[in-house]
Design a binder for this molecule. Structure first.
Ligand code: BGC
Length: 335
């Protein structure tokens, strides 16, 4: 089946999880340059390879890597910097510039290789419309344009949970699952990514539904557990209540729990009593990076000509999305 924007294919691509770690990249599923995906005609890291940079802006850290968007493998080590405080757009963009410089020093990339940035807020046409856990300076900020200008690369902005969801559906716990799948990230906030038969419904903000008169996120995020000094048992009860409410609204076929806390799943997951099957995310702290890169790669591809693998027409931009090209530059070539 041809792949469309916001769709993930049900079948797993070969090599999706088989990257052999290198000494430069001790954690994760990093593939060495020249590994899966690299061909003599299109050596990884140069020319029109299927590589994109993924950046995940979180409440505590900004993380980035160069990603092979066909396999979901990282081609560099993950680089990370603490989220500046205050986390104003200007300071975060400076941090992104540093991270991208580090990455491209390690693995030189064609200037047309796109960048996807996951932001913890509603992102429509490259502009950020909510900012619960980042500086309010992001509200109404045309992030896509500004980041493209700073990085001198095509940039696509996506909500951070949507990015993580795309990666999980394509390469992780959601692989091969159709129906209604909800990915929930429990971190500084609660992020949600909703899929129906592999199609993403972008910018769902279910972490902000009201439970017992309060924003669900303020009771059940991973940070809320620490702030409220709750035991795992008590906190699991709040998460359970949140999931039951979500179930009565969406009746999902599968719930995937991600975010930082998913690595401690054994401390709370067995206490969750909600109806749908519940699994933990597989890509852990790489999901946001991988999904942002995937989205950037697809957006670049949909605006380029002659791409038989895509269902969207050349030049067509999927609804609700905008890709920013640095001012005065020609659109990028296909990745
Ligand atoms: C934001 C979401 C974000 C989530 C996880 C929430 O506070 O509103 O947009 O996805 O945190 O970062």
């Amino acid at each position: 089946m041809r792949e469309r924007e916001d769709e993930v294919s049900a079948a797993a691509p070969s090599g999706a999880t088989g990257g052999s770690p290198t000494s430069a990249a001790p954690e994760g599923r990093t593939a060495p340059p020249g590994g899966p995906g690299g061909t003599p005609e299109s050596p990884p890291g140069v020319g029109p390879g299927r590589l994109a940079i993924g950046i995940d802006v979180g409440g505590t850290g900004i993380k980035a890597a160069i990603v092979d968007i066909d396999t979901g493998e990282l081609r560099t080590a993950r680089v990370r910097i603490r989220t500046p405080q205050p986390s104003t757009p200007r300071r975060c963009i400076e941090a992104m510039e540093g991270l991208v410089r580090k990455l491209t020093d390690t693995l030189p990339l064609d200037p047309s290789a796109p960048v996807g940035v996951g932001i913890p807020g509603v992102a429509i046409d490259g502009t950020i419309l909510t900012a619960t856990n980042i500086d309010k300076g992001w509200l109404g900020f045309a992030a896509g344009d500004a980041i493209a200008k700073a990085l001198q690369r095509p940039v696509t902005i996506i909500n951070d949970a949507d990015a993580a969801g795309l990666a999980e559906l394509q390469f992780g716990a959601g692989r091969g699952h159709s129906g209604t799948v909800l990915v929930i990230t429990l971190g500084t906030g609660i992020g949600t990514a909703l899929f129906r038969n592999g199609h993403l419904v972008p910018n769902t903000e279910l972490g902000h539904i009201e439970i017992r008169g309060r924003d669900a996120e303020s009771r059940a995020s991973a940070t809320a557990r620490i702030r409220r000094k709750l035991s795992w048992v008590k906190w699991a009860g709040d998460v359970d209540e949140f999931l039951h409410r979500i179930d009565t609204l969406l009746w999902p076929d599968l719930i995937i729990v991600g975010g930082g806390v998913s690595k401690e799943a054994e401390k709370f997951l067995h206490r969750i009593t909600v109806r749908p099957p519940l699994v933990t995310a597989q890509l852990r702290n790489e999901a946001g990076i991988v999904g942002a890169a995937m989205r950037a790669g697809r957006m670049a591809a949909t605006s380029a000509t002659d791409l038989p693998a895509l269902a969207t027409q050349p030049g067509q931009t999927p609804a609700g999305e905008a890709r920013q090209t640095p001012a005065g530059e020609a659109p990028p070539q296909p990745v």
